[in-house]
Design a protein around this ligand. Structure first.
Ligand SMILES: [Zn+2]
Ligand SMILES: [Zn+2]
Length: 275
């Protein structure tokens, strides 16, 4: 049974609902042992306090965010382990600014995300209109994914196939080598890959990354963790059953957990069966 969820948002980013505490309470109700709070980091590579108010928290919100999560961590100690995380955009060339933003805070873990390719968000449906060949963007996406693992700033690599929920579908034979190269880079960098169940919400049948990539990650020995990417409290633990079934089919018996930037493993607890 999966008892951790390392990827949740809340009202601060401008496009999620509910307070941090509601996500913690939902995790307790589900019987989780750990809940990671990982809202979108401020847009650190652009000027201004709040350059994208519906995408990420304002720059001057980051310290209040950290204080709130640390207070709740204390308050809920003994009932659930609350982990202080952050989902951070990987922007090539802005690694120094990124490190400077993160340095003052005692994070348990950091999630690195590729949302911007050639300076534009891959979730922006407009960019794909009338595009005859999406392959150069896919190639750049997977190159950046590898670099996000290699840059040394992050513990977990986020939703590593999320681009396919927005872009024209690629030919599998063309994209698989790109994905495999990114996984090799993730392995060499010794970072963790999340199984992000927003894939089930956006595609219906698969998490991010695909089952094929999760199987290869297992073969390579890449640590895996569970992430609902909840943007509403009731999405905490989303599609845990499907991921449990997938991991059991793949023979995966443990997930990664994080505390003070140190990775450890947590066994997938046997599911209690009531006869
Ligand atoms: Zn979000
Ligand atoms: Zn997220």
């Amino acid at each position: 049974m999966i008892t951790v969820d390392y990827h949740t948002h809340h009202v601060r980013c401008g496009h999620a609902q509910g307070q941090v505490e509601e996500y913690i309470k939902q995790a307790i109700a589900l019987g989780l042992s750990e809940i990671g709070i990982s809202d979108h980091a401020p847009i650190y590579w652009q000027d201004g306090n709040d350059p994208m108010p519906n995408i990420a928290m304002a720059k001057d919100e980051l310290s209040a965010y950290v204080e709130e999560v640390l207070r709740l961590k204390e308050q809920y100690a003994g009932r659930i382990a609350v982990r202080l995380g952050l989902e951070v955009d990987y922007i090539e060339g802005a690694e120094v600014e990124c490190a400077a933003m993160l340095a003052p805070y005692p994070f348990d873990y950091l999630i690195g995300s590729v949302h911007y390719v050639h300076g534009r968000n891959v979730y922006d449906a407009q960019r794909w209109h009338g595009l005859s060949d999406p392959m150069p963007i896919y190639a750049e996406y997977y190159r950046l994914l590898a670099k996000s693992a290699q840059c040394g700033l992050f513990d977990i690599i986020a939703h590593s196939t999320a681009i396919i929920a927005y872009a024209p579908k690629p030919i599998p034979q063309a994209i698989e080598p790109l994905q495999d190269a990114a996984l090799l880079a993730i392995r060499q960098a010794d970072v963790c890959l999340e199984i992000n169940t927003s894939g089930y919400r956006k595609l219906g049948n698969e998490p991010f990354p695909s089952a094929r990539m999760i199987a290869l990650a297992r073969d390579l020995g890449i640590p895996l963790t569970f992430s609902s990417d909840a943007h509403r409290p009731n999405e905490v633990g989303y599609a845990r059953d499907q991921v449990e079934a997938l991991l059991s089919r793949l023979g995966v018996t443990e997930l990664a957990r994080f505390e003070a930037r140190q990775r450890a493993v947590i066994a997938l607890a046997p599911r209690v069966v009531y006869l």
